[in-house]
Design a protein around this ligand. Structure first.
Ligand code: ATP
Length: 690
């Protein structure tokens, strides 16, 4: 395309091209011949082998190229072979909610059934299944873990397919460890572990049985517990990979110029761009619009569609809608589009080489999101979003040498780079007391574990023997929320402000309630000011919620105030669910009529570990965390930005040029010792206050 780009040296693939190189692209009747399409997928040739291995082995590991048909086909083969007979259910887990919804919709369509009936899905706060009817269920691995709290042996499932296992999210790792335990008690359960980019050998070693299930006289004691490994050969369409000649210094600008070049010089077809987060994506949208204008080009041929997890569903769904004739859709996404999903029109992929990753330092007790280079596994997944329905091209914004020599094969498992508070409580609630001795696919560090135990002890979740306290520990584990948020809800019952705190918890569950990408930053900031509360962001959320209710939940009111209507509808829905859970657990539902002191005390009871103090010697708004004396700043999106109260608490940190606190409230330091005397006893808080 330009001197800038160098084609990769990987050999072009053999393409199954007999029908003109386009599998089912733009077929006028949609999926006119879905059965034929299914049979053309590489995995189809392995149907019998897969069913045989699942029948005879407790665990089957399936490795096959992206787009070969693992996710959409294997659950259907299992159903056709009778694994969903007699009321049993086939489960397929995904690390991300978007993928769960997208693949469930696709499989329902292929089977010609209504989504939510034979084929359904469950994600946090949303269950689209019908008991007794659903045979194939897609769900996030986190939701399956929650189900174990009610049904520890997951008895309703006959087969559990853990898909995209290479991602190694915390939930996947916990799930793998627990499934291995369940297998010993349930020889009838079958597991399938699948991915395009997994190291089959290490996964197979993890599932090696301790003892043989065959008696010396040869009598069979059930399925073979040695894992079977199946490699599905064959891929969809050819994807030509291009690398940059020289390393790029600014991946954002390089991404934008690459996609404009594609638009200028390449035939029609949608573009999928991988950036790191909402800030990057918004900046890219602005840059593309400006650059296109500067070049005097007409950018109206481009249809820019951002995609990140904080976007309301209706906006996320735009990525799946057909591209209008004469337009080129450009989906600008975080890594939520990296695995499992098929975007029909995508021909070109632009991979910036970066993603936002969680990193936790147990010494400073700080976890934040950092922009970091991706792994080869991620790069291959990104490339694999093209070539699914016709040939494609992938532009990697790093050199081939970097890819070959410097990029790590797989990312570090999330369990080794995260705060473990949520993970520990979940295991404890499932009766796993010796967490370090748990059979982990990759062990977490003991420092991180100790830190988590300490916080959970201070939250009143664990007792001196590190067992869940009754009732607090069990109650907190019941909420499908971070333990800190759950604690804040429990305390709000005692403080008389549960109605307000449940609203805040619902807002924190959906990332953002503001519209982005419309109007200028200045306009958005001004709109936010209308709701700004001197006490901080959480109290401002209450103002927005109140305004929304007073407007009669009006979309026009939302539009006028830069508030996202879909997000507010979701807040109302989540709020209702949390309220029901709180009520069931005996939390007194009461409003404090906007007494912001009790509201902030309740927040402190959950988030005391995130307290910071303004550094009096600095004039640039520098704070120090009380725990680890780390330098942090209030994020510009916070209502307390430039207000800089002396003492604050934050909900989360993001790291760009500095460490920024997001969602911040001002507090009185005496609330900290009130909320967590044990936690702060060594912190010499008193000497800092006086
Ligand atoms: N929504 C869709 N629209 C059109 N085609 C689709 C859709 N979903 C799946 N397909 C087709 O089915 C193929 C198999 O998809 P599937 O998700 O099962 O593959 P996979 O092996 O699980 O890939 P990955 O590892 O990338 O998740 C795709 O390559 C594509 O040809």
């Amino acid at each position: 395309m330009s001197q800038f780009w160098k084609p990769g040296t990987e050999k072009p693939r053999l393409v199954d091209d007999e029908e003109g190189g386009v599998l089912f692209f733009n077929s006028p009747s949609g999926y006119a011949n879905i059965e034929r399409q299914r049979q053309r997928l590489p995995v189809f040739r392995y149907r019998t082998a897969i069913l045989y291995l699942v029948e005879t082995h407790a665990t089957t590991i399936v490795v096959g190229e992206t787009g070969s048909g693992k996710t959409t086909q294997i659950p259907q083969y299992l159903k056709e072979a009778g694994w969903a007979d007699g009321g049993r259910v086939i489960a397929c887990t995904q690390p991300r909610r978007l993928a769960v919804q997208a693949v469930a919709a696709r499989v329902a369509e292929e089977m010609g059934v209504k989504l939510g009936e034979e084929v359904g899905y469950t994600i946090r706060f949303e269950d689209v299944t019908t008991q007794g009817v659903t045979m194939i269920k897609f769900l996030t691995d986190g939701v399956l873990l929650r189900e174990m709290m009610d049904d520890p042996l997951l008895t309703k499932y006959s087969v559990i397919m853990v898909d995209e296992a290479h991602e190694r999210s915390i939930a996947t790792d916990i799930l793998l460890g627990l499934l291995k335990k369940i297998q010993r008690r349930r020889p009838d359960l079958r597991l399938i572990i699948s991915s395009a980019t997994i190291q089959a050998k290490s996964m197979s070693e993890f599932f090696q049985p301790r003892k043989s299930r065959r008696r010396p006289d040869g009598e069979d004691l059930g399925p073979n517990t040695e894992p079977a490994v199946l490699s599905v050969e064959g891929r969809g369409f050819n994807v030509q990979i291009h690398y940059v000649e020289e390393p790029v210094s600014d991946y954002l600008r390089a991404t934008v110029s690459t996609l404009l070049l594609i638009h200028d010089q390449e035939p029609m077809g949608d573009i999928l761009v991988f950036l790191t987060g909402q800030d990057d994506i918004d900046a890219a949208v602005q840059l593309i619009t400006e650059e296109a204008q500067n070049r005097g080009k007409n950018s109206s041929g481009l249809m820019l569609v951002p995609l990140y997890s904080g976007l309301p569903r209706a906006e996320q769904e735009l990525v799946f809608t057909p591209t209008p004739r004469g337009k080129r859709k450009v989906v600008i996404s975080t890594n939520i589009a990296e695995t499992s999903i098929t975007l029909e029109g995508v021909v070109y992929v632009v991979d910036s080489g970066f993603s936002k990753q969680r990193f936790y330092n147990p010494i400073t007790d700080i976890e934040n999101l950092v922009v970091a280079p991706i792994s080869k596994a991620s790069a291959r997944q990104r490339t694999g979003r093209a070539g699914r329905v016709r040939p494609g091209k992938c532009y990697r914004l790093y050199t081939e040498e970097y890819f070959a020599k410097e990029m790590s094969d797989e990312g570090i498992p999330e369990i080794q780079r995260s705060n473990l508070v949520s993970c520990v409580i979940q295991l404890k609630a499932l009766g796993i007391d010796n967490i370090l001795g748990f059979d982990w696919p990759a062990s977490p560090s003991s420092e991180a574990m100790v830190r988590a135990l300490e916080v959970l002890y201070s939250l009143g979740v664990l007792d001196d023997d590190a067992k869940l306290t009754s009732p607090t520990g069990f109650q907190i584990a019941e909420f499908p929320l971070e333990p800190m948020i759950a604690k804040m809800i429990l305390s709000s019952g005692e403080l008389g402000c549960s109605e307000e705190i449940i609203t805040i918890a619902a807002v924190l569950s959906i990332q953002t309630i503001w519209v982005s990408g419309r109007g200028s930053q200045k306009e958005l900031d001004e709109a936010k000011l209308n709701f700004a509360a001197a006490e901080g962001d959480h109290v401002s959320f209450l103002n927005v919620y109140k305004g929304f209710l007073q407007s009669g939940k009006s979309p026009q009111w939302c539009h006028k105030n830069f508030v996202n209507y879909q997000a507010m509808k979701k807040v109302i829905e989540i709020r209702g669910q949390l309220r029901r859970t709180a009520q069931r657990l005996g939390v007194v539902l009461k409003s404090c009529e906007r007494d912001t002191v009790v509201v902030r005390k309740a927040i402190t009871s959950g988030f005391f570990a995130n307290a910071c103090r303004l550094d009096a010697s600095s004039h640039d708004g520098k704070y120090k965390t009380i725990r680890g004396s780390q330098e942090v700043y209030i994020h510009p999106s916070s209502v307390l930005f430039r207000v800089n109260p002396k003492w604050v608490l934050y909900h989360s940190l993001v790291s760009t040029d500095k460490q920024y606190m997001r969602n911040v409230i001002s507090i009185d330091p005496s609330w900290l010792t009130e909320a967590a005397p044990h936690f702060y006893q060594h912190q010499r808080l008193n000497s800092m206050v006086h």
